[in-house]
Design a protein around this ligand. Structure first.
Ligand code: MN
Length: 200
């Protein structure tokens, strides 16, 4: 699986086709008519902007539906993590599979299926796979939202000054290949890692 960052300002349109379907069956890997996409494209080489092995499934929103939110499902493979970022819009997540850790400011939560996490506005956060299986969670989000911001050096310094955060948080130092996406839509991630690892 490839890995690439972005900031959400250049999120590729991820909604399902506006085909009016009321039901999408899940086949064990994806939903009918919803292609898993890369988590983020383009982006920044700022510390904390790196991410690894994350796929995004957008189930609703962004395809002309009359709704003010998007319903997304993310999967993070073993060893993977989302970018360490902050933004004004909130996150609410519900875990559906696997084991993860959520960094929310200076708090670290071990999460398991059906656990819920709330990320308040402007609080740095990161989701990390903490197990040997895929970590999957629902993450509905405002359709109209501000793009994620990388943390300042001071913010990162402050976070890693806390031993329990430092133990969990993943920052760019070990993620060179995750820092920049070549920007091609050909990098569609197929969830659950059948694809060989790519070096961008
Ligand atoms: Mn976020």
């Amino acid at each position: 699986m490839s890995e690439h960052p972005e900031d959400s300002s250049c999120e590729i349109p991820g909604g399902p086709p506006p085909d009016g379907r009321r039901h999408r069956q899940f086949d064990g890997e994806a939903w009918d008519g919803v292609s898993p996409r890369v988590y983020k494209l383009g982006g920044s080489s700022a510390p904390g902007a790196a991410w690894r092995d994350v796929a995004r499934h957008t189930l609703a929103g962004g395809a002309g539906e009359p709704m003010a939110f998007q319903l997304r499902y993310f999967e993070i493979e073993p060893g993977g993590y989302s970018s360490l970022e902050k933004h004004r819009h909130v996150h609410t997540i519900v875990v559906l599979r696997g084991a993860g850790r959520a960094v929310v400011g200076r708090e670290v939560f071990d999460v398991a299926p059906f656990d819920f996490v709330y990320v308040p506005p402007n609080v740095p956060h990161q989701f990390v796979n903490a197990g040997a299986e895929t970590f999957g969670f629902l993450c509905p989000v405002d359709a109209d939202r501000d793009p994620p911001q990388p943390l300042t050096t001071e913010e990162i310094h402050d976070l890693v000054g806390d031993p329990k955060v430092r133990e969990v948080v993943r920052i760019a130092e070990d993620t060179g290949s995750g820092i920049r996406d070549p920007g091609s839509e050909t990098h569609v991630v197929i969830a659950r890692g059948a694809a060989p690892k790519q070096s961008p």
